[in-house]
Design a protein around this ligand. Structure first.
Ligand code: ZN
Ligand code: ZN
Length: 247
């Protein structure tokens, strides 16, 4: 199969590599679509320490099951459309047993520490594959992983379910910040402001149900301290999110 291979930071090529063989509990997914995450750019730049090289990155993907290893439950037949949770948790460390598997002490991930989906095929644990509706477009299916991260963020903010009408600030207006914005509006949140990081402050914009986009005051007034979430890798914004609004 063809795959993108990162031999070392800053150097990648499209290469012919062996097709993956499914191990016990694994399925092979033919990749329909794979998003490019900020983490992939860090891996390309050699800025993601867990990554070994060479590696095929790609962890935001959807595709079709084309092969099974032994011991895969029959609810994931060949032909099933799936999105994949790329995280590989050990399941037995103290963090995993406390339900904080995102902090697993033995964390690994498809596309980050083992070969991922910038390839025609990828082998994944069947338990990490989630069925998608057959009609769902592959590009939308590949958004499942980043959207799941945003849903997790909303839950951490306590904003899922009956949503307060409090003004809310989203810091960062890339894919993740905009997903958060859509989720907040979909959930009926109050006015939502967002701010983009950058050397010269970008005017914040605000929106609410039915109000459309409009300019507003700077997004992080010290006085009101609205709930905030920070969805950007820009270091300065983390401290801004913690210092100004209520995190
Ligand atoms: Zn990602
Ligand atoms: Zn663990």
């Amino acid at each position: 199969m063809r795959a993108l291979v990162l031999d070392h930071p800053g150097s990648f090529r499209v290469a012919d590599v062996p097709d993956p063989t499914p191990q016990t509990g694994q399925v092979v997914v033919r990749v329909d679509c794979c998003g490019i995450c900020g983490t992939d750019l860090h891996i390309l730049a050699g800025e993601f320490p867990p990554t070994p090289y060479p590696i095929t990155p790609g962890h935001e993907f959807a595709g079709t099951v084309v092969a099974h290893g032994p011991d895969v439950k029959p609810d994931l037949p060949v032909g099933a459309r799936v999105a994949v949770d790329p995280s590989l948790y050990c399941g037995y460390c103290r963090r995993c047993r406390a339900g904080r598997d995102n902090l697993c002490e033995n964390w690994a991930a498809i596309g980050d520490t083992v070969n991922g989906a910038f390839a025609e095929f990828v082998a994944v644990p069947a338990v990490n594959a989630y069925r998608l509706p057959d009609h769902l477009d592959g590009q939308l299916g590949a958004m499942t992983e980043p959207l799941a991260c945003a849903v997790h963020g909303i839950r951490r903010l306590g904003l899922l379910g009956p949503v307060s009408a409090e003004p809310t600030v989203v810091i960062g207006a890339g894919t993740m910040g905009l997903l958060m914005l859509q989720l907040l509006l979909h959930a009926g949140a109050g006015p939502v402001s967002w701010a983009r990081p950058g050397p010269s402050p970008t005017p914040a914009r605000s929106t609410g149900p039915g109000s459309g986009w409009r300019s507003t005051r700077p997004a992080c007034p010290r006085r009101s301290r609205p709930p905030s979430g920070c969805w950007t890798g820009e270091g300065g914004c983390w401290s801004s999110a913690c210092r100004r609004p209520r995190p």
